[in-house]
Design a protein around this ligand. Structure first.
Ligand code: ATP
Ligand code: MG
Length: 402
């Protein structure tokens, strides 16, 4: 025997009417997309639930992938058994043994009889199934208050469903149920994590990266593409906008006093990011800033840098400690890429000292020597947009085999 399907649960709090329908539709679509790599798997929506039919596919591999889909609260590998008491008993026995492979531990049976035409009451069925398990195992006993395993049996019209493992999902909302945001993606540790957390709230993601050739090289750019590709595991295919930032950076370096260079550079990045966001119908910018992490992220810096835009800026990591960010980066698979040592445009030309309390009036004064509109417009016009799709990587890998 093996589990033949997985029952998916989603948190439906505050979801009513039209919202709930849309949520379910998106979630169904996203699960289908995520499980495309398993050719035999089918994802069904019926009776207000989502089922993944395994058709012989390894349950654990599918479970791992499901944990990467936002909007899933929890899920359970399950057995669909015809309405025959002996078959139900045996399936419950198998499920207990599967969950307690040493055949030691405690269990309880919880029957839910939705199908009132089915003979016997729930209480009676609990007893019947429980004693079958007890008769056919060695060191397994019943514990109704705090069992190691709870075997849940749901008797419905069309079949009985048996499950005893519940695996926690990622939570959040299905990607595509909120608007679109523009992620400022550097090659660092923080910004991919910020993108992941934004996706968790259901937004669609596009990314923008500032690149300064020849000071930053092809490998730095490749690294950002690879990071974006990891994010597609959670958010599906995405656009990556590469901004040629060399001209603006050179001009800033030439005209702005050392200590204000970082501040002005960040203001240029924001101005450009806002325009690229508007052009692509994104409703907010997301970045990886964390309060106090570095000179450009003190409250004074944010106050001065943020002056150039009215656009909403989401900072999912604002109160997160670096170690916690690293933990998430490891979990989502971006950490090893992020620590590859390539130059980022933020680190070139950088003076040894940066102001931790830059002032708005001084910054505005220093910017007067720069033709801001020209550099912003020029950079936006020369943006190169590439499509990052998870599938493309697979195609490439397959081609490599031949
Ligand atoms: P990370 O870049 O991931 O934050 P970091 O801490 O080295 O690592 P910071 O210098 O702190 O980077 O930059 C703060 C934020 O500004 C980043 O999280 C990112 O959102 C944005 N950013 C920095 N450099 C770039 C870049 N070259 N392209 C796009 N966004 C950038
Ligand atoms: Mg950072």
């Amino acid at each position: 025997m093996m589990y033949d399907h997985i029952l998916v649960r989603y948190a439906e709090l505050a979801l009513k009417g039209k919202n709930r329908k849309e949520f379910e539709r998106k979630l169904h679509e996203n699960i289908k997309r995520a499980l495309k790599e398993f050719p035999n798997v089918k994802v069904q929506r019926s009776f207000g639930r989502i089922f993944v039919e395994l058709h012989g596919t390894d349950e654990e591999a599918v479970s791992e992938r499901l944990q990467e889909v936002f909007g899933i609260y929890s899920f359970s590998p399950s057995l669909k058994i015809e309405l025959d008491q002996e078959k139900i008993n045996n399936a419950a026995l198998w499920a207990v043994k599967d969950a307690l492979p040493d055949e030691t531990g405690t269990f309880k049976v919880s029957v839910k009889r939705v199908n009132k035409g089915y003979p016997h009451r729930s209480q009676q069925l609990n007893y019947e199934i429980g004693s079958h398990v007890l008769r056919n195992t060695k060191n397994i006993t019943v514990n109704v208050h705090n069992p190691d395993v709870e075997v849940r049996v749901e008797i419905r019209e069309e079949a009985a469903y048996i499950l005893c493992k519940t695996i926690k999902g990622s939570g959040g909302l299905p990607v595509g149920t909120a608007g679109k945001v523009m992620l400022m993606l550097s090659g660092g540790i923080d910004s991919p994590v910020a993108g992941y957390l934004a996706l968790k709230r259901g937004v669609r993601l596009e990314a923008i990266h500032f690149h300064s050739p020849p000071f930053t090289n092809e490998r730095a750019r490749q690294k950002v593409e690879d990071l974006a590709r990891v994010l597609t595991r959670y958010g599906g295919s995405m656009k990556l906008h590469i901004v040629p930032f060399t001209e603006a950076q050179k001009a800033i370096h030439q005209h702005v006093p050392d200590k204000y260079e970082m501040t002005v550079m960040r203001r240029f990045m924001l101005r450009i990011a806002e325009q690229v966001a508007v052009k692509n119908q994104a409703l907010a910018i997301v970045n990886g800033e964390s309060l106090g992490q570095v000179a450009s992220q003190t409250l004074d810096s944010m106050y001065t840098i943020n002056e150039v835009t009215n656009f909403p800026i989401l900072r999912p990591l604002i109160t997160t400690d670096k170690l916690d960010v690293i933990e998430i980066a490891r979990k989502i698979g971006t950490y090893d890429l992020s620590i590859l040592p390539y130059e980022d445009c933020c680190t070139i030309f950088l003076p040894p000292e940066t102001k931790t309390k830059p002032k708005r009036d001084k910054t505005n004064l220093y910017e007067q020597d720069l033709d801001i509109d020209f550099y912003v417009k020029d950079a936006v016009e020369r943006v190169e947009t590439i499509h990052i799709s998870a599938e493309k990587k697979l195609d490439e890998e397959i081609q490599d085999l031949f």
